[in-house]
Design a protein around this ligand. Structure first.
Ligand code: ADP
Ligand code: MG
Length: 238
């Protein structure tokens, strides 16, 4: 597991400044939730940490390594997206194996990791199916399993529960919490959902307009909101 340091990170699209000189330190093994309204820059920030988006200025460290100029495959991260992003022409097993094969992991080890991950997410019976033959909930479990087999030092999850129905959302949320306990990995989880943030986070980072409104434990944020925006957004008492 690795900590993450963001130092004065900025990003604009044209004249729109989406992330504005944002600084934050995340401890190794911490479960941090980025919480904020749609369009506040959560995905952009996560994609910059993953290396799917460049930074305009500032520095990103993962563990001891400065990574903001490294390609995604060299950052030791795995990302889970809202829309699964599975390879449609590959089976579940192949979806999990693909990235590992490219990274040079040997065949026996790939099989071992894929079967262990499948078992923990209860998708062992689906290994030979293709994504088109799965429900939304099953696809999201495959996407999570595909992240686990990479054994990343840092998990990045971008609204992974948003496309699931209520019952499945609760169940998958619990599984993510258990996964964090079991793996001890650092996790950054993006959501606009207050309940998800309150139940999952060690610390919540409230984002608004490309900057940080407040950072704190769920209780601190809820009981001592520092701004009216935070109070309204998390529904604090008075
Ligand atoms: P969130 O994930 O919090 O909903 P995003 O990070 O996706 O927010 O987007 C933040 C802002 O940046 C939005 O106004 C969005 O329209 C804009 N944006 C995101 N990606 C791009 C892009 N590739 N090109 C132009 N604008 C973008
Ligand atoms: Mg988003």
């Amino acid at each position: 597991m690795s900590g993450v340091t963001l130092a004065q990170v900025s990003k604009s699209y044209g004249s729109l400044r989406v992330v504005d000189r944002l600084s934050l330190e995340i401890a190794p093994g911490e479960f941090v939730v980025f919480l904020g309204p749609s369009g506040c820059g959560k995905s952009t920030l996560l994609r910059m940490i993953a290396g799917l988006e460049t930074v305009d200025s500032g520095a990103i460290h993962i563990g001891d390594a400065r990574v903001d100029h490294l390609p995604p495959g060299k950052r030791g991260v795995a990302m889970v997206f809202q829309h699964y992003a599975l390879y449609p022409h590959m089976t579940v097993r192949e979806n999990m194996a693909f990235g590992l094969r490219n990274a040079g992991v040997d065949k026996a080890e790939i099989t071992r990791r894929a079967e262990a991950a499948a078992e923990s997410l209860e998708i062992s019976a689906l290994l030979d199916r293709k994504p088109g033959q799965l429900s939304g909930g099953q696809r999201q479990r495959v996407a999570i399993a595909r992240a686990i087999v990479k054994e990343p030092a840092l998990f990045l999850l971008d609204e992974p529960l948003s496309n699931l129905d209520a019952a499945l959302r609760n169940r998958t949320r619990l599984e993510i919490a258990q996964l964090h306990q079991r793996l001890g990995a650092t996790m950054i989880f993006v959501t606009h959902d207050q309940v998800e943030a309150m139940t999952l986070a060690d610390r919540i980072v409230i984002l608004n307009g490309g900057g940080i409104e407040q950072v704190g434990t769920p209780m601190e944020i809820y009981l001592r909101p520092r701004t009216q925006f935070v109070a309204t957004f998390v529904g604090s008492p008075r």
